[in-house]
Design a protein around this ligand. Structure first.
Ligand code: SF4
Ligand code: SF4
Length: 106
């Protein structure tokens, strides 16, 4: 069975993704600078995650079918911490018309 996130991506198309500017490459972090916008002096946000139709600029593929994070190894901390099977995950899946994940904890 493949990982459910590979055929989902709902969280990357549901929530704002904010993180410290220190996670940007230009500040010594890993997140590519061109994919995030500064929100304050200390915070930045993944592009596309504050659009009316949320979709992170790093997401490739079609939500609910086949997706990938284009910067998986360099994604910001909120994405590292987001847990498949969590309440927020289920909420995002519901928003995109996807079934509840049953008994999955990754
Ligand atoms: S964490 Fe949940 S909402 Fe995000 S891609 Fe995985 S299954 Fe989908
Ligand atoms: S950086 Fe990757 S994991 Fe994070 S929201 Fe964007 S596409 Fe999803």
């Amino acid at each position: 069975m493949s990982h459910p996130c590979l055929s989902c991506g709902a969280c990357c198309a549901s929530f704002r993704v904010d993180f410290s500017v220190h996670e940007l490459q230009e500040r010594g972090g890993k997140v590519p600078d061109g994919l995030a916008d500064a929100i304050t002096d200390s915070l930045c946000r993944m592009r596309g995650t504050d659009h009316l139709r949320v979709r992170c600029a790093a997401l490739t593929g079609k939500v609910g079918q086949k997706v990938a994070c284009g910067i998986y190894e360099w994604r910001p901390s909120p994405c590292h911490e987001f847990a498949a099977g969590s309440d927020a995950c289920q909420q995002a899946r519901q928003r995109h018309g996807l079934p509840v994940l049953q008994g999955v904890v990754f």
